[in-house]
Design a protein around this ligand. Structure first.
Ligand code: UD1
Ligand code: CA
Length: 454
């Protein structure tokens, strides 16, 4: 049996007041459409297609970033029924089609598998996934008679009695492909919104079932910034509680935002005001935060990051960084390294047990093991046109306020004297001094005349 999935992502989302399509509005820094695509990927459909519409180029760009998915363009937003019509080719290629809403991010693979099971057993031609919610406002209501599922009534078309029903349509359905293809041409715009409602397929097909999920969250969608905030808050708590189950500690959840794809090992503690995003993996026994932003990083075990910004960097075991340090893309910090305050490292490899303790910039550098940087060292990697690399051998000692003008190489066990500007290679085991001789001018007259504060 061949399965297809059509994700509806064409709507403008006027109430969101955004320049971008609503489905690209983010929950925990991931577009809502991305969450829905995750659920589809988890299920593993034979074909998954996305219907785009409003500002389709933006939606298509996101879809492309996720892989090879067919997209269908809905030129005018004439309703969910019309959107599915655009992607009718999916039904033509498959036996069974699942329709999902790109603005309902909490649908998941388990719910899809459970509902498909019921769909097959019941013999229904269409199964809608529903749930009981506290506040049904805005959702289509599930109309039953004597328990039997008859129809979905949109909020705008509900009688006052129907409006009180709390079982609502999640916007996710299973259709036998043939029944869907037969029903789509029969949809009309005779309703309060003047749109082609996909939900009318239930009455048209007749042989319909509702799969009531135990998890009311799966229906939650966001049409406004307020509900987007509520989804964020719900997702945030869910991710943090999930991490606690895996042994991650939080003393407080204040200001902690961790996106759903982040993996963290046991006995790691995350401190307040810390944001961890993207494809980030953190090992066990770490202290992350406070006030840190970690994005697309791989962090080892027993690492301490205090007031750190880190982007696309790798940090190995037993490293401490911070406070007030930045690791920029392409940086690898090897085991046992100590990085202190006001240090920035970009596109560099810092060898084991090296210490970069204070006020230093290292860019485009390859640094060996056991190197010591004094305070205020700078690799001058950019001449305004090109970038050059600096190479520093094992156990070198870089004196305070050294400028290393790249391309330049400092050999193993070599040292630079404090205040030196190094432009030539420094051979191993040698000391490079680049410093004017001190001149003493005694009894300097101005000094006597200067007004001194007591
Ligand atoms: C829809 C359902 C409602 C259900 C709710 C669940 C209909 C008529 N109503 O209402 O029963 O409770 O979802 O969230 O289906 N879209 C298009 N093209 C269009 C219109 C919409 O691609 O012309 C897409 C939107 O981008 C969105 C999805 O379809 O991702 C749902 O559309 P939306 O307008 O948000 O429907 P709701 O009013 O929420
Ligand atoms: Ca919606």
């Amino acid at each position: 049996m061949k399965t297809g999935c059509i994700i509806l992502a064409g709507g403008a989302g006027t109430r969101m007041k955004s320049e971008k399509p609503k489905v690209l509005c983010e929950v925990l820094k991931k577009p809502m459409l991305g969450w829905v695509m995750d659920a589809a990927e988890d299920f593993g459909f034979d074909v998954t297609a996305v219907v785009t519409g409003y500002k389709s180029e933006l939606t298509e760009e996101y879809v492309r970033s996720r892989g090879e998915y067919p997209t269908y363009l809905q030129t005018e937003q004439k309703g969910t029924g019309d959107a599915v019509k655009r992607a009718a080719a999916v039904a033509e290629q498959t036996d069974i089609v699942c329709v999902l809403c790109g603005d309902a991010p909490f649908i998941d693979g388990d719910t899809l598998r459970g509902s498909l099971e019921q769909h097959k057993q019941s013999g229904a031609a269409v199964t809608v996934i529903s749930a009981e919610v506290e506040n049904p406002a805005g959702y289509g209501r599930i109309i039953r008679e004597g328990g039997k599922f008859l129809a979905i009534r949109e909020q705008k078309d509900c009688s006052p009695e129907e409006a009180k029903i709390c079982e609502v349509n999640s916007g996710a359905y299973w259709f036998d492909s043939k029944a869907l293809l037969e029903a789509l041409p029969k949809l009309s715009t005779k309703n309060a919104a003047g749109e082609y409602y996909l939900t009318d397929c239930i009455e048209i097909i007749g042989n319909a079932c509702a799969y009531k999920s135990d998890n009311p969250d799966i229906v939650l969608g966001a049409n406004t910034r307020q509900s987007l905030y509520e989804l964020n808050e719900k997702a945030r708590k869910k991710v943090l509680y999930g991490l606690m189950e895996q042994g991650v500690s939080f003393i407080t959840l204040d200001g902690i935002i961790i996106s759903p794809d982040v993996r963290i090992g046991c006995d790691t503690t995350v401190f307040p005001n810390t944001v961890i995003l993207g494809n980030t993996e953190i090992g066990s026994g770490c202290e992350i935060g406070a006030n840190s932003h970690i994005e697309n990083c791989t962090i080892g075990n027993n690492v301490k990051l205090n007031n750190v910004q880190a982007y696309s960097a790798v940090v190995e075991d037993n490293v401490t960084v911070g406070p007030f340090a930045q690791l920029r893309p392409g940086t690898v910090i090897r085991r046992g390294v100590k990085i202190g305050d006001f240090v920035e490292i970009k596109n560099s490899d810092i060898g084991e047990n090296t210490s970069v303790a204070h006020l230093t910039y290292l860019g485009d550098s390859d640094v060996g093991r056991g190197v010591n940087f004094g305070c205020g060292c700078v690799t001058a990697n950019y001449d305004g046109i090109n970038k050059f690399r600096t190479e520093i051998g094992d156990h070198a000692f870089i004196g305070c306020n050294t400028n290393l003008i790249a391309p330049v190489k400092v050999g193993e066990n070599a040292a630079t004297a404090a205040g030196s500007t190094i432009t030539k290679p420094v051979p191993p085991n040698s000391l490079a001094v680049e410093r004017g001789a001190t001149r003493i001018i005694e009894n300097w007259e101005k000094n006597f005349k200067r007004k001194k504060k007591i």
